[in-house]
Design a protein around this ligand. Structure first.
Ligand code: SAH
Length: 347
């Protein structure tokens, strides 16, 4: 029988578990605190030994281990995590001057099948639970040392493997958990959720107003061109998805981000620049240009730094708010899902 994951529980749920096991309710608070310090059941030293032993029969505190890590010259660290069922996923820690950002994965694999992305190559393996996503941040904080209150990770981007809005309930529970004051206490304004554009769930997220920054993976400026890169474009038109994004802004007041991976000879013309201006006009929107990382199984080519700068200049000249995303960890291999692929391949 597999063990239930304590990190999936809210503080209140933990209190109920404690009470059901004949303990006072405040044990829930104690466990919650330990969990976010990356501590295992056996080491939760202010809980009675017998209670820890009882808990361990049914529950696990830390559902993943850091399987490998690669430290880059630029200060970023790539992590490969392993869950209890053996599944591997990856994450990357990026130090910024405004705080430290962790990129987390929300699914093992992905079913969106984008033409350039390594995460979707084997399809979706399974969703991660809320606690399994939280565990990525807890493990990295623990690896970095100190207490949870040191707030080593201050920002989170949901830009690892998986489509967050395809795992809606777990991802939104994750948001509630990481922002809890007795947990990691990460302000949701410091969280960015990136989606390939599941329009209905963008609207739902807007209505529930968590306050996270929404990033839409746009990558193309016409329905035809987008459908060639992203199968999801056959389900939602550009109009439907940009309307949903606009709705997100209207409901939350948050500026939205359009991610745009530049693909050689595909999406970097003057026409694309003008279309980008149209698509982002009329409300606060920012274009985040990314130089496509080459994925050998996919074969699509990125662009040179000079081509990227030229496209950025075109956008800027047109009055579009745009920046070129800094790329981290290239020397340690495996931007965008490539690390897991390499490991699966080597095994
Ligand atoms: N499923 C979410 C999160 C995915 S990863 C989404 O689609 O937004 C975060 C970003 O990396 C997305 O914009 C995604 O399109 C982009 N991406 C994926 N593979 C890439 C690659 N090989 N090079 C550059 N960006 C890539």
């Amino acid at each position: 029988m597999s063990l239930e994951i304590l990190l999936d529980k809210t503080e209140e749920e933990l209190s109920k578990i404690a009470v059901a096991m004949g303990q006072p309710a405040f044990r829930g608070k104690q466990i919650f605190k330990w969990l976010y310090n990356g501590v295992d059941l056996a080491a939760m030293s202010d809980l009675p030994l017998s209670f820890r032993a009882e808990l361990a029969k049914k529950y696990t505190a830390q559902p993943l281990v850091i399987h490998e890590k690669f430290v880059s010259k630029d200060g970023s660290i790539k992590f490969l995590y392993r869950y209890a069922d053996g599944n591997l996923i990856e994450g990357v820690f990026m130090p910024h001057d405004y705080g430290n950002t962790l990129c987390v994965s929300t699914q093992v694999g992905c079913r969106m099948g984008c033409a350039f992305c390594a995460s979707g190559i084997g399809g979706l393996v399974r969703n991660l639970s809320a606690g399994e996503i939280v565990a990525q941040a807890v493990a990295v904080n623990a690896y970095l040392g100190g207490n949870a209150s040191d707030r080593k990770i201050s920002n989170i981007v949901l830009m690892g493997s998986g489509e967050p809005l395809d795992n809606y309930d777990n991802v939104t529970k994750f948001l509630r958990l990481i922002s809890h004051k007795n947990g990691l206490c990460i302000g949701l304004r410091s969280v960015s959720l990136s989606t390939c554009g599941l329009a209905e769930n963008i609207r739902r997220l807007a209505d529930e107003n968590y306050g996270v920054t929404l990033s839409l993976s746009l990558h193309a400026t016409t329905d035809e061109a987008r459908a060639q890169l992203m199968p999801i474009a056959k389900r939602y038109t550009l109009k439907e998805v940009t309307d949903a994004v606009k709705y997100y802004f209207e409901k939350t007041g948050r500026r939205v981000i359009f991610e745009y991976a530049m693909v050689k000879d595909r999406n970097m013309s003057m026409f694309d620049a003008k279309r980008l201006r149209e698509l982002t006009r009329g409300y606060p929107a920012h274009v985040n240009l990314i130089r496509l990382n080459y994925v050998k199984e996919k074969g699509l080519q990125g662009c040179t730094e000079a081509e990227a700068q030229r496209f950025l200049q075109r956008l800027t000249d047109l009055g579009v708010s745009a920046t070129l995303r800094r790329s981290f960890g290239n020397d340690v291999g495996g931007a965008c899902g490539q690390l897991r692929r390499k490991f699966l391949h080597d095994r």
